[in-house]
Design a protein around this ligand. Structure first.
Ligand SMILES: NC(=O)c1ccc[n+]([C@@H]2O[C@H](COP(=O)([O-])OP(=O)(O)OC[C@H]3O[C@@H](n4cnc5c(N)ncnc54)[C@H](O)[C@@H]3O)[C@@H](O)[C@H]2O)c1
Length: 251
């Protein structure tokens, strides 16, 4: 059990890859905080049945009051915060479109959730991590930031920002013994992605062809790297973006 008793907050974990991260962290002995703009109770129930200690919250990561409440409720329940996984994002529901047709309101919301949400969640957990003398922040970026993938300019730009804020935060938080790293997944067959078979059919082949390992990526491909970054095994690693995509991006 590599995360025994660590308190791990995972945003955007009602479903999809976030839920799979939560399941793996629980199997590694972590106490897990599930939080999403959607209801996290069903996912939390599943975890409790397997014996995990779980807190289920509803949080809009783009609202500071919500993110502060997320940190406060975690401390009230578990007394500490060891790991924050910034997984929440607007992604699977986005239509592919020419960037000049993206409505400004949609652009703003993607930036608000994917970039500001990340900043607010870190801000919220920071006082507790500093008090404890350290912690781990794991941001979820994306391979699209390195590839310049077309037809989702707001999303691609937001993940580029996640790469940059990971590096800058690592420099500012190093003196407090807080590691800040990111995972850059490739195109992954998550629940949300699989709900749009037409898009999958269009995108899957060229992406698989671009990899060294020529197969689909599934959420379970990401969990080993997440556990590594959340555990003591990565204690001298910070400011890094680990591409977990079968060898498509090399940076
Ligand atoms: N699936 C992929 O191909 C892929 C590839 C690279 C990176 N990623 C990233 O991995 C993460 C998970 O991907 P997924 O495929 O499960 O995506 P998804 O869109 O299915 O899940 C995102 C989750 O975030 C939640 N969320 C959205 N807005 C929120 C808000 N304001 N506050 C709190 N929660 C909010 C959603 O409700 C959802 O549960 C995302 O950060 C995504 O950008 C995914």
């Amino acid at each position: 059990m590599r995360l025994k008793d660590r308190v791990v907050i995972i945003t955007g974990s009602a479903q999809g890859i976030g839920k799979v991260y939560a399941q793996r962290c629980a199997r590694e002995g972590a106490r897990v905080v599930l939080t999403d703009i959607l209801d996290t109770q069903p996912a939390a129930e599943e975890l409790r049945k397997s014996g995990a200690e779980v807190l289920a919250l509803r949080t809009d990561v783009a609202k500071e009051q919500n993110t502060n409440a997320m940190a406060a409720q975690t401390i009230a329940r578990f007394g500490r915060i060891d790991v924050l996984v910034n997984n929440a994002a607007i992604f699977a529901t986005l239509p592919l479109q020419d960037f000049w047709n993206i409505p400004v309101t949609e652009w703003d919301r993607v930036m608000e959730v994917n970039v500001k949400g990340n900043f607010l969640c870190v801000k919220a957990v920071l006082p507790q991590m500093r008090k404890q003398g350290g912690g781990k922040i794991i941001n979820i970026a994306s391979g699209v930031a390195f590839k310049g993938v077309p037809y989702m300019l707001h999303y691609v730009s937001s993940k580029g920002a996640v790469v940059s804020l990971t590096r800058a935060m690592a420099r500012e938080l190093g003196p407090f013994n807080i590691a800040v790293n990111a995972i850059a997944p490739g195109y992954t067959m998550s629940e949300g992605v699989l709900a749009r078979p037409e898009q999958v059919n269009q995108m899957r082949r060229p992406i698989v062809e671009s990899r060294c390992f020529k197969r689909d990526e599934v959420p379970e491909d990401l969990t080993g790297t997440l556990v590594y970054l959340a555990s003591a095994d990565s204690d001298f690693v910070t400011g890094q973006i680990l591409a977990v995509d079968g060898g498509s991006v090399m940076h």
